[in-house]
Design a protein around this ligand. Structure first.
Ligand SMILES: *[C@@H]1O[C@H](CO)[C@@H](O)[C@H](O)[C@H]1NC(C)=O
Ligand SMILES: *[C@@H]1O[C@H](CO)[C@@H](O)[C@H](O)[C@H]1NC(C)=O
Ligand SMILES: [Fe+2]
Length: 435
């Protein structure tokens, strides 16, 4: 009996000591234990062959939205019926259907794309795809400030699920994705699974994406033949609407923001089509109509992580001057599986007129987090860095002020790991006078 009591006491003492040591020795931020990667999830389709699956929407030119979905059945019309009350679809539109084959073994379902509109701002629309199946709804972006963007790259692991749940915890207007969607890596059924995983979110708010290395999927590996086949078929973005000739780079406007999506894995040198298009697109920007100028790329131009060092360097050398002279406010990148925010930079030096570079590549890839960092060189221009899964929020408050925050998946939504307020460069006296 006495022995037993002693044992219990020992246990309690030991526990107390462990807790005490933990509390005393680690400040809150260091006590955070970086989680290991989690495995891929497969998301099945429960409906019939003609029921819509993988429904997602994207902005498609002024006051228009593109609805995309997949059916197994080939006799479903590419038609979207919609209206502003549930079950009452008094408007409809017809679009196109496409499909693709991949290396003889895979044939995609019917991929439907239908552009609908004109739509009113900040309005809920109820819609149905192909004349059957469940009703979906989405909200159009507002026409005035504030507007909130969720920013994340994804993948489709248990961590992606956690990121999506986190994103769903607070409303947003548009999601921006800086490349690396499904991590299908040529195994095409993963594209279908990804479409189903994100549908509950991507069918409700416009998702605007650009491509990463995991979207290249060259049919003849290493030779770069027939690249981006699945990405282009499944995720068409409004490139024609912005005068681009390729789905791999485009731009769009939404409430005071001109957003440019660039392609890190297509030619970007001076004289390339992308470069020429970017130059023309920047020249058309009217900062009084769209004071905010935001760019998304995949491989970061600034990065103090040991992972993917230098991979964005050629593109930075080719295009950084264009962005700097245009006074781009923010450059978002993905690729590196961690979060990092830089001070305003240009040409590897802190510069009050350069963009803020933010790497947000921590949505939930299956490769795990990139935890090793550089302690010298660019370290001095890196303002915050951490290898944890999470997503970001950019809220444009008005034409001069914005708020950026980064949210770890492991924290309550209201618990913000990094936050900074951003002043617009287009209206800044010191920076505009030099242009
Ligand atoms: C559809 O219904 C809405 C709301 O009842 C109305 O504002 C709109 O004009 C109608 N559209 C058509 C094409 O009838
Ligand atoms: C814009 O928002 C900021 C931050 O909330 C505020 O300080 C500023 O006065 C606002 N400017 C205008 C023109 O409303
Ligand atoms: Fe990547």
């Amino acid at each position: 009996m006495a022995e037993r009591r002693l044992l219990n006491q020992d246990c309690l003492t030991t526990l107390f000591l462990i807790c005490f040591t933990l509390i005393v020795s680690s400040p809150a931020t260091q006590a955070y234990d970086r989680p290991p990667p989690r495995s891929d999830v497969f998301t099945p389709h429960y409906g019939s062959r003609s029921d819509p699956q993988q429904v997602h929407i994207s902005l498609a030119g002024k006051d228009h939205v593109r609805v995309s979905w997949v059916t197994k059945s080939t006799d479903v019309p590419s038609e979207v019926e919609y209206g502003t009350s549930p079950g009452a679809y008094n408007t409809s539109a017809t679009g196109r259907v496409t499909s693709y084959r991949y290396m003889l073994v895979y044939k995609s379902g019917q991929i439907h794309h239908v552009k609908i509109g004109p739509l009113n701002p900040k309005t809920t629309y109820y819609y149905r795809c192909g004349g059957q199946g469940p009703e979906f709804s989405f909200v159009t972006p507002p026409s005035t400030y504030p507007i909130e963007f969720a920013v994340a790259d994804l993948g489709q692991t248990e961590w992606t699920r956690s990121t999506l749940a986190h994103i769903g915890k607070q409303d947003y207007d548009v999601l921006l994705l800086p490349g690396d969607l499904s991590y299908a890596d040529m195994f095409q059924p993963r594209w279908d699974s990804f479409g189903r995983l994100v549908e509950p979110y991507a069918s409700k708010r416009p998702w605007m994406v650009t491509e990463g290395n995991h979207e290249v999927e060259s049919v003849v590996p290493l030779l770069h033949v027939d690249t981006f086949k699945a990405y282009n078929a499944r995720w068409p973005m409004p490139f024609e609407e912005s005068g681009s000739t390729s789905n791999l780079y485009y731009s769009f406007d939404v409430v005071g923001a001109h957003i440019i999506m660039l392609g890190s894995y297509t030619k970007f040198d001076a004289g390339s089509e992308q470069y020429t298009w970017l130059k023309a697109d920047l020249a058309k920007v009217d900062r009084s109509a769209t004071p905010w100028l935001i760019v998304l790329i995949h491989a970061p131009w600034y990065n103090t992580n040991q992972a993917h060092r230098g991979e964005g360097e050629k593109m930075r050398i080719a295009m950084e001057k264009l962005l700097y002279e245009a006074r781009v406010d923010i450059v978002f990148a993905g690729h590196v599986h961690a979060y990092e925010r830089f001070t305003r930079v240009h040409d590897n030096k802190a510069d009050p007129c350069g963009p803020i570079h933010i790497t947000i590549g921590d949505g939930g890839n299956r490769e795990g987090l990139a935890k090793r960092y550089l302690e010298t060189g660019e370290r001095s221009i890196s303002a915050f860095r951490e290898a944890s899964f999470g997503h970001g929020r950019l809220r444009l408050t008005n034409e001069t002020h914005a708020q950026w925050s980064w949210h770890r998946n492991d924290d309550a939504f209201s618990n913000i790991a990094d936050e900074v307020s951003i002043e617009n460069l287009g209206v800044s006296q010191t920076c505009t006078s030099e242009v």
